[in-house]
Ligand binder design. Structure first.
Ligand code: 9MR
Length: 362
């Protein structure tokens, strides 16, 4: 029998929902199912660990409705040189997703960050054609198979100095902001079935940087629409950092401003940098869960929100533990950023997600 929202709330309140990853019958209370009840697709980023770690793989299949390659479809990964297309990792993840009945989204076609050396060296006059060829070839390869594609990732950078706040890099140097319109135009032609997404960071913060990016993003959405280009959804990454100013009510206003422009909204990379929390693991995890719960409660109040994807499911695979990130962010402890811990056991953040999904009124 299908559980109603009230049934679930009662069971949850009584602590009876089987939330441990290994518990038999946990599917009825999986994050995937709890999210789906309220029209949300829930998922995670995935890379090689999905193939290397059997238990983690099982957890993803149990909890997720969608996966997104964390690296396998990025330009630098797919294009070791100008002539090659290294589809192996993307193909392998797609085959896995299909076999398990999961959807997959694509991340990301065009991004000014992380350009391979050969692209940095290419004459700027050739970049429009490299962009066209890349978008067409990659999207044709996956045509009809991916739920959505991040066509352009992070067009803005919070502290950038290009006019309009645009992120600089090869594509921007060659075409200015036109690279964005060009990419959306080519993407729409290459795969009419997948949803076309503009993905951005920063907007969940309410400091001067976050507010500037919100404004720039709204203007860009208007420009894309004014040109008659297809734009189906806005991806907002949501790498939460409670050390930075936030104001969930003004974030909701921003989501409503996007909604009014007729786009869907996806949370695409949810996690939390808990470096500013002190205390034991339990204390840190509780504070992180509270922050995630409040953030999601607000975001889920907006009807246009249709997806919540975490940037990994378990702490042992968070990008915040990658050596270069530890150094760049001057992290002195290993982050506990995701819904499951190092032993793949559910954390309070997992419960925060479940509660926020269950309580959605829409
Ligand atoms: O988590 C990803 C990390 O493993 C990669 O080295 C890095 C560069 O490709 O990208 C990380 O993912 C980023 C995502 O693609 C875009 N938003 C920020 C994410 C974290 O840096």
């Amino acid at each position: 029998m299908r559980q109603t929202r009230r049934d679930c709330l009662t069971l949850l309140g009584a602590g009876l929902l089987p939330f441990r990853a290994s518990a038999a019958g946990a599917e009825s209370a999986s994050l995937r199912a709890l999210a789906a009840r309220t029209g949300i697709t829930f998922g995670t980023a995935a890379t090689h660990e999905l193939f290397d770690d059997e238990t983690y793989r099982a957890l993803i299949v149990q909890q997720c409705g969608i996966i997104v390659p964390g690296r396998g479809l990025k330009f630098d990964w797919l294009r070791p040189d100008e002539k090659s297309f290294a589809f192996e990792e993307g193909d392998r993840l797609l085959a896995f997703a299909k076999a398990q009945g999961l959807a997959m989204r694509g991340h990301t076609l065009i991004w000014n960050d992380w350009p391979p050396d050969w692209l940095k060296r290419a004459p700027l006059s050739t970049l429009p054609y490299i962009l066209d060829q890349h978008v067409e070839r990659v999207m044709t390869h996956y045509a009809g198979a991916l739920q959505s594609w991040d066509v352009v990732n992070e067009p803005f950078v919070a502290w950038g100095n290009a006019p309009g706040g645009f992120r600089q890099g090869p594509w921007y140097s060659a075409m200015g902001p036109d690279y964005i319109f060009r990419a959306f135009q080519r993407a729409a032609a290459a795969d009419p079935r997948t949803k076309l997404v503009l993905n951005e960071a920063w907007t969940e913060r309410s400091d001067v940087y976050g507010l500037a990016v919100r404004k720039s993003l709204l203007r860009l959405v208007d420009q894309i629409k004014d040109k008659g280009l297809r734009l189906d959804a806005i991806g907002l990454q949501a790498h939460l950092d409670p050390a930075i100013a936030y104001d969930d009510a003004s974030f909701v206003d921003f989501l409503h401003a996007l909604e009014a422009r007729g786009v869907e909204i996806y949370i695409t990379e949810l996690d939390i940098n808990d470096a500013s929390y002190s205390g034991s693991f339990a204390e840190r995890d509780k504070q992180a869960a509270d922050r995630v719960y409040t953030f999601l409660k607000h975001a889920l109040s907006v009807k246009a929100l249709g997806m919540v994807v975490c940037w990994g499911l378990a702490d042992r695979y968070t990008w915040l533990r990658e050596p270069s990130v530890l150094a760049a962010l001057k992290l002195t402890r290993l982050a506990r950023a995701l819904p499951y811990d190092d032993d793949l056991q559910p954390k309070p953040m997992r419960d925060a997600l479940a509660r926020a999904f269950l309580e959605r009124e829409i």
